[in-house]
Design a protein around this ligand. Structure first.
Ligand code: CMC
Length: 428
């Protein structure tokens, strides 16, 4: 039976349909609210209660700690699939068979280069530039080198746009790092897997040979899978809203990178390591920092803790915590900040401030410890998140365009001055 919500405004009653998702989520459909009520709207800063779209890509249940891509659990995907398979799943809706997978990888490889003139743009950045700024700028610059707009109704054009960005993005990410490290740019090797090739472009020494390390490749693969998509978070909503004006895929993704950069979103992974380092330098007194995090007069927050949606645990954090232990053991690394992270987590999980507010470690709490063990420098962490999130952004952009969603344009409630007469400057 169709469910209906009743609304009463100044004694007048309205009925609003309720939309039900495949997992039983209910949403009051307010599409006709302004028209039927004569202009009444809703207000929801931060969109904490607002569903912006119908989507068939990612399901998450914040109370139960469930995350699924296209119906498959994140735990199973992280354990059994590789990143490119998951990218295919997110973007096209089904896991690929061997033939589809081979073609997908070949088509991406055919696009795994950027115009040589991109190097001139890269050269213009100071070495100190943050890789996220470089990455978003270069992604945007790709528009100039690939100016034709995509006819989204053509399956082939859509497919080509997808493999184009999947091919070029790792090159830009690795080059942003090499620029910062002062290393000559590397062109990768088509004989390597997607993630292995990215690692080669990052780390191959100009005079040495690249030797791939399966532990490092597997660990990075898993991290990228865990970051693959997360429904309508800040950067994904940005990608969808920019794309809703029919801006192209490069432009939409470039905007998403900027949204991801902020420390309350993807930038938290860098902020976590900086925080853990600072605690270590300060003598390792975790209790002092717990007190700071709880002090409302102190702007300090426990980075890597809390989540808008997860109010029980972040399933990605659970997987990453185990992986961090494994990777450090396998690589024979003893990182003192892992101990500090474990202490902070233990204290927070027993502290009423965190328990009452349902603040748990999120995906970013332990990811930086793995990145560090893999030799990835702190300022590259958020760029790694972007590389992992790319398939999600593509899938969401594609879904938004194919569903012919209208341009994103929220309303506001004006709280400024009422009408007043203009005064000439000499009369003010
Ligand atoms: N440390 C201390 N207090 C916190 C924290 C924290 N990390 N996170 C939330 N709180 C408190 C907050 O002060 C507020 O307290 P009160 O009710 O007394 O005012 C309460 O918990 C609710 O917080 P909120 O800011 O209203 O919650 P939100 O849903 O708007 O924000 C968040 C979610 C992730 C932005 C926030 O928890 C945060 O800033 N965490 C630290 C940054 C971080 O780790 N971000 C990564 C998010 S996961 C990866 C991603 O998707 O990018």
């Amino acid at each position: 039976m169709t469910k209906i919500a009743s609304l009463e405004i100044d004694g007048k009653k309205y009925e609003l349909p309720i939309v039900e998702g495949t997992e039983g989520e209910l949403a009051i459909d307010i599409k006709s609210l302004r028209a039927t009520t004569g202009g009444v709207t809703t207000i929801d800063p931060g969109y904490k209660n607002t569903g912006s779209c119908l989507s068939a890509i990612t399901f998450l249940d914040g109370e139960k700690g469930i995350l699924r891509y296209r119906g498959y659990s994140i735990e199973e995907l992280a354990q059994k699939a590789d990143f490119l398979e998951v990218a295919y799943l997110l973007i096209f809706g089904e896991l690929p068979d061997n033939t589809q997978m081979a073609k997908f990888h070949d088509d991406i490889k055919a696009q795994s280069h950027v115009d040589e003139d991109i190097k001139k743009i890269l050269d213009g950045f100071p070495k100190s530039a943050h890789p996220m700024g470089v990455l978003s700028s270069l992604t945007n610059a790709l528009i100039a080198f690939n100016p034709s707009s995509v006819n989204v109704d053509s399956e082939e054009e859509m497919y080509q746009a997808i493999v184009r960005i999947l091919g070029k993005f790792p090159v830009l990410t690795a080059w942003a790092y090499r620029k910062r490290s002062g290393l000559a740019l590397d062109y990768g090797d088509d004989n390597l897997g997607y993630v292995d090739n990215f690692l080669k472009m990052m780390f191959k020494k100009p005079s040495g040979e690249y030797v791939s390390n399966p532990i490092i490749v597997d660990a990075l693969d898993k991290l990228l899978i865990l970051h693959g998509d997360h429904e309508q978070n800040c950067s994904t909503s940005t990608v969808r809203i920019v794309g809703s004006s029919h801006a192209g895929l490069f432009a939409s993704v470039s905007a998403g990178i900027n949204a991801l950069w902020g420390p309350l979103h993807g930038g938290a992974n860098q902020a976590v390591i900086e925080m853990l380092e600072a605690i270590k330098e300060d003598g390792g007194d975790t209790k002092k920092y717990m007190a700071k995090a709880k002090d409302k007069n102190d702007p300090f927050r426990l980075m890597g803790f809390g989540h808008r949606v997860y109010k029980n645990f972040d399933p990605r954090a659970k997987i990453i915590k185990v992986a961090a232990n494994e990777v450090l053991n396998e690589l024979g690394i003893d990182d003192p900040i892992l101990e500090i992270a474990r202490d902070l987590e233990k204290e927070a999980l027993e502290d009423p401030y965190f328990v009452d507010r349902k603040l748990y470690p999120n995906v970013d709490f332990y990811s930086g410890i793995i990145y560090r063990a893999l030799g990835i420098p702190t300022e590259m962490f958020t760029a790694m998140f972007a590389l992992g999130r790319l398939p999600g952004w593509i899938a969401q952009w594609k879904e938004m365009r194919l569903r012919k969603e209208p341009i994103g344009r929220p309303r506001q409630i004006y709280i400024g001055e009422n009408y007043r007469d203009f005064k000439e400057i000499n009369d003010r």
